[in-house]
Structures are given as C-alpha cells and as structure tokens.
Write a protein that binds this ligand. Structure first.
Ligand SMILES: [Fe+2]
Length: 232
C-alpha cells in the first residue's frame, strides 16, 4: 500500500475513533442527566463554560482536555442514586445527603475503570471539594484540589444557581455572580472565579473549524481542529 494511502486511512480511523469516543462519553453524561428532568443539558452547558475558563487560564492542551471531558462527566455517578432522592422537592435527610455525596466516588470509580478516561477521574472525584478544605470527599485544600475540579466547582455552582431544580426556583444571574464573589477563597478558588466572571462578560465564541479548541484526551487520536468536546 502506498504511504500516502496508508496515512489517509490512519487519519480516517483516528477520526472515527475520536467520534466514537465523544459519542460514548456524551451518552454517559446524558444517561446521568436523564434521571433528573431539571438537569437536561446541564453537563454540556457546564463543559462549554469550563472549556472557556480553562482557555482563559491558559492551561495546557492536555489540562483543557481534562477540564472539558471531566465537566461533561462530573455527575455521572448520579446514575446510581434513586430517583426519589435525586428529585426530592424538599430538604434531604442526613442519610439521603450521604447517598447524594457518594456520587463523586461512584463516578470516579466508574471512570477509572476505563484506562483511556483515567486522567479525568480525579477531577470528577474532586468537584465538590472546597478551596478552604471543608468540602468532600477528601477535604482537599487549595491547589491540592485538581485545577479541573476547581473550575467545574465554580461553573457547576453558577449553573445550578441560575437554573430551576426540583427543590428551588432559578435565581438571577446578578445574584449568582454576587454569591460566587461572596464565597471566593472559602468555597471557590479566587483565580477561577475571576476567570469565570471574565468569561461571562465575553461574547460567546462561534465554534467553527478555525477555532482554537479541539482537545484530545487520548494520545492515540490525532489532532482534529473541528472537533469540540461539546456538541454543536
Ligand atoms: Fe456533583
């Protein structure tokens, strides 16, 4: 086989694999969201904003990839939580709260079982840690918490505040911004909050084939400038 033809076939195979990979992780994210009618599209929205924060913080291509894919899958561990708890309109009992808190370990364990996804497991595990060390599951503090987890924590909290849930109405964006600033340095990493607020003030970029993103988590996949980890 000619070298050029072999190269074309390899490129085609890489693109197919990348596309299967993206479809698979999106399906996992969708499966978790399907359990909660109020969170439809939430993970993609978080991933899209997290991707822009990572870019604003000038993270490496690898770290941006981890941020984006971990953001898509951050709540995949909710697959194992009973619907009655997940969609409970009132406050949770301490026992129910423990079940919900377990979603970070369940999600990280699920992801760690897939070797290609292992780099994002710690980001999923840490997305409910707090910058001051009072979060869960490990009580990590400051930069002990993976940067991807610190980014997801800020973006996820903002998106949760500004959307309707089974237990609360949607709150206004100005109120949510003020809440992020109020919790800077305690719940949230100050540099991430600053970058996120800057991203919110910027116009949303168009995803086109010349865009700067197209992150690849797996070394086996060739670079593909028209592929984003978020659909559309
Ligand atoms: Fe979560």
């Amino acid at each position: 086989m000619e070298v050029r033809q072999q190269h074309l076939e390899n490129s085609h195979l890489h693109r197919e694999l990348q596309s299967v990979y993206l479809a698979t992780i999106t399906m996992l994210a969708d499966a978790a969201e399907a359990k909660d009618p109020y969170t439809h599209g939430h993970c993609e929205h978080v991933a899209s904003l997290a991707e822009r924060v990572a870019e604003r913080l000038s993270l490496s291509e690898h770290d941006r990839s981890v941020v984006c894919h971990a953001a898509l899958l951050h709540d995949v561990g909710k697959i194992g939580i009973a619907d009655g708890i997940l969609n409970k309109p009132g406050p949770l009992s301490p026992e129910e709260f423990e079940v919900v808190r377990a979603h970070v370990r369940v999600g990280a364990d699920l992801i760690r079982n897939i070797p290609a996804l292992a780099p994002i497991a710690n980001a999923v595990l840490g997305h409910h840690e707090r910058f001051d060390g009072t979060g869960y599951p490990q009580g990590l503090e400051g930069e002990e918490i993976p940067i991807a987890a610190r980014i997801i924590c800020v973006v996820d909290s903002f998106c949760a505040m500004t959307t309707k849930r089974s237990y609360k109405e949607a709150w206004g964006e100005e109120w949510a911004r003020a809440e992020l600033e109020r919790c800077t340095g305690t719940q949230f990493d100050p540099q991430v909050v600053e970058a996120f607020l800057a991203v919110l003030d910027m116009p949303e970029p168009l995803h086109d084939s010349d865009g700067p993103t197209g992150y690849n988590l797996l070394p086996v996949f060739g670079y593909s400038s028209d592929q984003h980890c978020v659909r559309g």
